[in-house]
Write a protein that binds this ligand. Structure first.
Ligand SMILES: Cc1cc2nc3c(=O)[nH]c(=O)nc-3n(C[C@H](O)[C@H](O)[C@H](O)COP(=O)(O)O)c2cc1C
Length: 132
């Protein structure tokens, strides 16, 4: 099982409906492609973990990179994991009016089963956003 984590920046202010659409399409595709993971969005940055079959992840990553709703896609890790760290496909997104603590708690819940490194990456970004 292969797992990739990347970070990117929204190319412009995305309306909640646009973010919802990314989630809906990703959810349908990922179910079809056997991909699990987590998409984090705090209004500015995306942080995403995707895991699944190796060659399939290459294809998904190619589609993701080609999407002009975000830019500066930087791979943070690309490794093989003994088994899935995310049981399903989920998204944590925070809109400007959402409570920072509640968002951090939501992210922590979603990464509870991930390895310490991956957990730290997600929680670290959420905590940094809370402080900013
Ligand atoms: C931040 C971000 C994350 C995305 N994550 C996924 C994903 O996990 N799986 C996926 O299939 N598409 C994802 N997409 C959407 C793809 O970029 C693309 O729009 C979609 O795969 C096209 O699907 P279609 O070829 O079925 O129309 C993501 C897009 C963005 C901007």
């Amino acid at each position: 099982m292969r797992q990739i984590v990347y970070i990117s920046t929204a190319s412009r202010a995305l309306a909640p409906a646009e973010v919802d659409r990314i989630l809906t399409v990703s959810q349908a595709n990922n179910r079809r492609d056997g991909i699990t993971g987590l998409l984090y969005f705090d209004g500015r940055r995306f942080l995403q973990a995707i895991e699944g079959d190796g060659p399939m992840l290459d294809r998904v990553l190619m589609r993701i990179r080609a999407d002009d709703r975000h830019r500066a896609v930087v791979l943070l890790s690309d490794r093989s994991v003994a088994s899935r760290e995310f049981g399903s496909w989920a998204m944590a997104s925070r809109h400007s009016h959402d409570d920072a603590e509640a968002f951090l708690a939501q992210v922590s819940r979603l990464v509870a089963t991930a390895s310490p490194n991956v957990r730290g990456t997600f929680e670290g970004l959420a905590a940094a956003r809370r402080a900013a």
